[in-house]
Structures are given as C-alpha cells and as structure tokens.
Design a protein around this ligand. Structure first.
Ligand code: F6P
Length: 489
C-alpha cells in the first residue's frame, strides 16, 4: 500500500503500556507540562520510529476533574499519546498493590514482601479485582481508538489481562503482548493464586514475546504444567488455536547516544566531569531505586573492594544515580533508607575532608548529563539481582567508543545473554566475587578492554530498538495471516 505521494503506508500501531513515555505535571487548572518518563521500556520505545504509532497509557497522575482531563488529553495528543485516567484508589490497588507488590517481586524471584506476607495474601482478592478493572479500562480506551487493520501491542506485567479483554471486543484484532521483566520458572509462577487466569488471558494474544529464550521457555512450561496445554516449538496450543511464543531481545536507539556525544553541551559536561574527577577512576551505577537492582549489595561489594585494596581508596569514586520509583510502596521506602544508611556509613569510614568514595544521587539526570557521565566512566556496575534485560548496560556501551570502559554485569540480567562475552559477568549476591571483579576491571589491559568493548559495541549498534519492534510487528502480522490460512483449510 502507498500514500498519495508514493511513499509506502506505515502500519498503524497502538502501543499500550501502563506508563506513557511522558509523565504529566499540573501547572494550573487547565495547563500541563510533560516530562519524559523513567525506565527501560520508555527508553526503548522512544527509539521506535518507523510506525504510525499512538501510545495509550497512564500519565502517572491523578486527574479527578473534567477540565484537567480535557486539557491533559489535548496536551498529550500533540505527542501522539492517549491517556487512561486511573483514580487514586485504582492506582493504589492495581499499580502499587497487585503490580508492584505482588507480580513484580514474584516475577523477579524475590517472593512476596517479607514483613507483610499475610497482609498481602489477605488483600490479594481486592487487588486482583482492581487489576482486572484497570485492564478493562485500558481495553475500553484501546477499543475507542482502534481502526480495522491496526496492530495492538500490549506491554508488560501490568497488562496481562488486556489481550483477553481486547479479543472479547473483536476476535479479529491483531494483538501482541510483550513482557519486559523475566518470566519466572513455572514453580514460582504457580504460587500465584491467580496463576491460571493470568496465563489464559495472555494466551488470548496472537503473539507473546519475551526478552530471552529462557523466559519464553518458562512461560510455555507454566502453560503446559499449570493449564495442561500442549507446548510446541511455535508456542502453546489450545484446542487447535496456536498462541505463538518467541524471544525478541530488545535494544536501544544507539545512534541517539552516539550523536549526543558530539553535542557541545555534552562535550562541556564531559570536560567538567573529567576535571572534577581527575586522578580518580570513575565507577558508575545508574538504576531505578528498586530492590531488583541490587543497589545495597553493589555498595557493600564496593566497600569490600576498598577494605581489601587500600591503595585504591583515594584513586576511585563510585557515582550511584538512584532514580526514585514507586515511592508509595512501603518496600521501596524501606530500601531508600537502607541505601542511605549504607552509603553514609561507608563515606564516614573511607571519606576524607576533601573527598568521599561514593556520590549517591536520589534523582534522574537529563539526557545530556547522563550521556556525559556514561562517556567518562571507567567501570559500569550493572549488578541487578534479576532484570528482564537492563538497557543501562546498552546505553553505557553506546557511549564508550573512545574510552572503552569495562562493564561488570549481573548474570541474572537478560543483557548477560547478549553482552556477556564482552562484560565481566558476576553473581550479584556474591559480594566477594563482585569486589574481585572491580579490581579486575580497574586493572584490565587496554587490549583486553578494547577487545571486549568491540564485541559489545557491535551488538548494541546492530540490535536496536527499531529492529526489535519491526521484528515483533512483522512476526505478529505473519502469525495472524498463518492462523487465517489454517482456519480456511
Ligand atoms: O519492565 C519493567 C518496567 O515496566 C519498565 O517500564 C521500567 O523499567 C520500569 O518497569 C518502570 O516502572 P514504573 O513504570 O513502575 O516506574
């Protein structure tokens, strides 16, 4: 198909995710400003360009009044975003509760929050009901904007119920669902009281995607063991209907980072940072302040390194950017205090009147500052306890073509499967091993750094977000065509 000017028609894509790529801040009764949201999903989806995409999701803010809702809808429309308005109670039960206090820790192998396991179990029913209600609200908005032939791409654990709701509206809708977290072993998934309903709802999609082959395999075995369905090399079959299941490793828009390094503002930042930390090696952590990111364990490993390598104490600094997230969830509040306590103790122990070993920031950085920081870093520490993919590791590699710094990477991050050969892989739970890997990284020869960087840079610049999205959408189109052919036969 072509436009009137002969250009090929771009397929319309409705991208549905809990969080829109922009978050809204109210400036007046009917005025709003929009800021880029934090997180890997947003970082990747911003790199997806070659589609006629509309975004449907929550703007991260409660807007109870009609004037505010209308004004925000208008402001978002300029960014091709369509809001789903969730009230405070729904956000509390669905987002803080079922999504972030139950599914998130369970999918990352951390189990339910320790202290309130019983309370969580008791509130389970009401939170699950809110989860379903919220998913239905997303489905209603999708349905309102859906046009025949659109591809509807649902994202993440917040919206496992959405494929089913959408297919109830129209069984012809092309629906894909992609998970940005790990999908855990079926033995973990089966502990969820709503285990079967969640699986069945996801299976309503035509195509189900994961970052790694292992996550896809876990999903298929959960369907076979818990639902008794048949797993095939293509996916999961239920009474002759196939849901295609496959791995589609995500990437970033690497050019955006590489180009940014040429911008004068970023060059100025780089100079400032080099002067500020001259004579010291820079180690960097950039994480949302989330328990899966293993920030306390990372800092304890750094402390062990300083303890055992006293000659390094005044020659290295750890910059930890900890972006606040899900601040209404008690587990996250506890984590913030815990991290502050550990950083304070270590800085008190190893700091001097003129320097501290750890610079910890509870905030995000703007894009130019972030790129500059990546570029001056000697060693990046990405030591998540579990992580669907982790795109910070990709962003770091993209900004390192002159420095060729070392990436220390958790073996439990999806990225270990793509960047493992160039990184130093570690078990983040083993503080001694991480401390040793810091020493290894700081003393690595130029040749070795160059070789490792080449490997990772080649991967990051060829496996981009755009390619990821194109592969998923074309697989979804093919899957639907094949299913139509099968039913005609
Ligand atoms: O898959 C993880 C994810 O959903 C990503 O979008 C992002 O890394 C993070 O969680 C964002 O979390 P939230 O929207 O709760 O701040």
């Amino acid at each position: 198909c072509e436009n009137q000017d002969g250009r090929p028609l771009r397929q319309r894509l409705l991208v549905v995710a809990n969080r829109l790529p922009v978050s809204a801040v109210r400036r007046g009764e009917d005025s709003w400003s929009l800021e880029i949201s934090a997180g890997g999903l947003v970082s990747a989806l911003l790199g997806v360009k070659e589609f006629e995409a509309r975004w449907i999701g929550w703007a991260g803010v409660n807007v109870p009044d009609e004037i505010g809702q209308k004004a925000l809808t208008r402001a978002l429309a300029e960014k091709r975003c369509i809001p789903v308005f969730l009230d405070e109670e729904i956000v509390h039960q669905y987002y803080n509760g079922y999504c972030n206090n139950i599914l998130w820790p369970v999918f990352h192998y951390l189990g339910l929050p320790q202290e309130d396991r019983l309370a969580t179990t008791r509130s389970f029913q009401s939170q699950f009901a809110a989860y379903k209600k919220a998913n239905q609200m997303f489905a209603d908005v999708v349905n309102k904007h859906y046009e025949e032939g659109d591809v509807v791409w649902c994202h993440d654990y917040h919206l496992m119920f959405l494929p089913k709701c959408l297919k109830e509206y129209s069984s012809n809708m092309k629906v894909g669902w992609f998970l940005h977290t790990p999908f855990p072993s079926s033995e973990i998934h089966r502990t969820l009281p709503s285990r079967s309903e969640l699986l069945r709802s996801v299976l309503a999609a035509d195509l189900v995607g994961f970052h790694t082959y292992d996550y896809a395999r876990h999903f298929v075995s959960a369907c076979t063991r818990i639902l008794g369905l048949e797993g095939t090399p293509e996916g999961v079959e239920d009474q002759g209907r196939l849901t295609r299941v496959a791995a589609f490793p995500i990437g970033i828009d690497s050019d955006r980072f590489i180009r940014a390094l040429e911008v004068p503002q970023v060059q100025d930042h780089i100079k400032e940072l080099e002067e500020r930390f001259s004579g010291r090696k820079v180690m960097l952590g950039v994480d949302r302040l989330d328990m899966i990111k293993g920030i306390p364990q990372k800092i304890l490993a750094f402390e062990k390194f300083l303890e055992e390598n006293s000659h390094w104490r005044d020659k290295v600094v750890l910059l930890q950017i900890a972006v606040p997230t899900r601040t209404d969830v008690p587990e996250y509040q506890k984590l913030t205090s815990q991290v502050h306590e550990i950083v304070g103790r270590i800085n008190g122990r190893f700091g001097t009147l003129t320097a501290v070993p750890i610079h910890h920031l509870d905030r995000s950085l703007d894009f130019p500052a972030l790129c500059a920081l990546y570029a001056v870093t000697d060693v990046a520490l990405v030591t998540s306890l579990r992580d669907g993919m982790n795109l910070v590791s990709y962003e770091f590699v993209a900004c390192q073509d002159s420095k060729k710094g070392v990436l220390i990477l958790s073996e439990f991050a999806g990225a270990a499967q793509s960047l493992g050969a160039g990184a130093i892989l570690v078990n983040p739970w083993n503080i001694t091993e991480v401390a040793d890997s810091i020493r290894q990284a700081l003393t690595m020869s130029c040749e070795e750094r160059e070789k490792r960087h080449r490997h990772n840079f080649a991967h990051v610049t060829t496996h981009t977000a755009q390619e990821w999205a194109e592969t998923f959408v074309s697989e979804l189109n093919d899957t639907v065509i094949e299913a139509q052919l099968r039913t005609r036969q």
